[in-house]
Design a protein around this ligand. Structure first.
Ligand SMILES: Cc1cc2nc3c(=O)[nH]c(=O)nc-3n(C[C@H](O)[C@H](O)[C@H](O)COP(=O)(O)OP(=O)(O)OC[C@H]3O[C@@H](n4cnc5c(N)ncnc54)[C@H](O)[C@@H]3O)c2cc1C
Length: 394
């Protein structure tokens, strides 16, 4: 286990992991209140319509939730990765579809630009992303999911521009996005070392957003196909170095999956909250069902799981902000949080009895939403592979 033991973090005054700074606590309570008051009334309708309300998206921008880590000089909040994680947790406690919109914007797309964009690219795109432009992250294809670098999308070098041709699948935020961080292979003979990252604007010639998926859960979050037919991308829109796209993809996904852990912690917390409220109200045998030990123990077990998952997520996020190694910790956080979220939502339905199985109560939606946690940003098997690699020193 030595390889997984703590990465030598030494601080003078260690803090409990759940203790927040004043700024973080204020940020958390602001997002929590917004989610409860402004999103809750629309959750069911957005799920049924499979569409996210434009007004709420506009409010995300106004509140700075779409540019949490963008430096203030570009109109962003100048916040931390940890704050992005807090936002995703709070939104997901009310609606995990809202959580993933903010997740992809901040922890995948903006995060990649922060690390790899040139000063010119930052000056061009950060003000837009902070103000009104949704971003999407396009890696997966029909033939390449877990084996992401087996992608078939090709970029042809034409000097001052690239011509990109291919199709991407499953792209979150694509219906709303104005900017796409897209991976294509610009030198297939070099294998994964040909993969290059490009910044593609929605109106670039040859670019089109295709079919929107009709999904089991997180239905209000758009998931679409992208079609590129000799899409013209200026050379200035290569993100990072030519042939280094695989590194950008791996590193951003390592980070992004911490926030998927946060999405699942929020979801599980939301399910627990609904179950506790119902257990206090619903009477059988002349008393609230929450007075039966059988119900109490189910609630207590979910609470343990939520706490454990949150500690994993917060620790991974704190390690990332501290510039410490966090890859295995991030994989553990995402793996564990997505496992417990599905269980929490399932048990919350059981605590509700028959009404939990209907759309009149919010827990059936959370159960549907939980399933995606084990699939995107690396399936549970891929997380286990990452953890095992570290264990075995590979
Ligand atoms: C709602 C939704 C949103 C998404 N958003 C995005 C997005 O914004 N951007 C993006 O690029 N992608 C996105 N994805 C794609 C997502 O990341 C992939 O679906 C995921 O990585 C799995 O790939 P796959 O679907 O091709 O499954 P596969 O890779 O075909 O996996 C199928 C099964 O085989 C298992 N498996 C595969 N390889 C191995 C192995 N070596 N060892 C053990 N088991 C293995 C997997 O664990 C899984 O159980 C999204 C997907 C969904 C459903």
């Amino acid at each position: 286990m030595a390889a997984l033991e703590q990465s030598g973090v030494q601080v003078d005054t260690p803090q409990p992991l759940t203790v927040l700074t004043e700024d973080e606590a204020l940020f958390q309570s602001t997002v929590r209140q917004f989610a409860r008051e402004q999103i809750t009334p629309h959750v069911r309708a957005m799920d049924e319509a499979a569409a996210f309300r434009k007004e709420i998206l506009a409010q995300f921008f106004q509140m700075g939730l779409m540019g949490i880590e963008i430096p203030e000089e570009y109109g962003g909040q100048g916040g931390t990765f940890f704050q992005a994680v807090l936002a995703v947790e709070e939104l997901s406690a009310v609606d995990p579809a809202a959580g993933v919109i903010v997740d992809v914007q901040n922890t995948l797309s903006i995060n990649a630009l922060l690390r790899w964009a040139t000063p010119q690219q930052k000056a061009k795109y950060f003000p837009r992303l902070a103000k009104n432009t949704v971003a999407a992250y396009a890696l997966s294809e029909a033939g390449s999911g877990s084996d992401a670098f087996a992608m078939a999308t090709r970029a042809e070098d034409r000097g001052d521009q690239f011509l990109i041709t291919g199709r991407k699948l499953w792209i979150t935020n694509a219906a709303e996005a104005g900017l796409f961080l897209l991976f294509a292979n610009a030198n297939p003979e070099a294998g994964y070392k040909g993969v290059t990252a490009f910044l593609i604007e929605r109106d670039f010639p040859g670019f089109q957003v295709g079919k929107k998926e009709d999904k089991l859960g997180i239905r209000a979050s758009s998931t679409c196909e992208l079609i590129l037919d000799n899409c013209k991308v200026p050379r200035a829109n290569v993100l990072g170095e030519f042939g280094q796209g695989y590194k950008i993809a791996i590193e951003t996904l390592n980070e992004g999956r911490i926030a998927i852990g946060a999405q699942m912690v929020g979801l599980a917390r939301g399910a627990l909250g609904h179950a506790v409220s119902y257990a206090k109200e619903r009477k059988q045998f002349g008393k609230p069902i929450g007075e039966f030990q059988g119900v109490q123990f189910e609630l207590a077990k979910i609470a343990v799981d939520v706490e454990a998952a949150r500690l994993l997520v917060y620790n991974a996020a704190r390690l990332k902000d501290a510039g410490r190694p966090f890859t295995a910790e991030a994989a553990m956080a995402k793996y564990f949080a997505s496992e417990i979220a599905e269980n929490a939502a399932s048990k919350a339905i059981e605590v509700h009895g028959g009404v939990g199985f209907t759309k009149d109560y919010p827990v059936e939606k959370l159960y549907r939403d939980a399933k995606i946690g084990r699939i995107y940003e690396g399936t549970s098997n891929i997380q286990l592979m990452t953890i095992a690699k570290k264990l075995l020193g590979k």
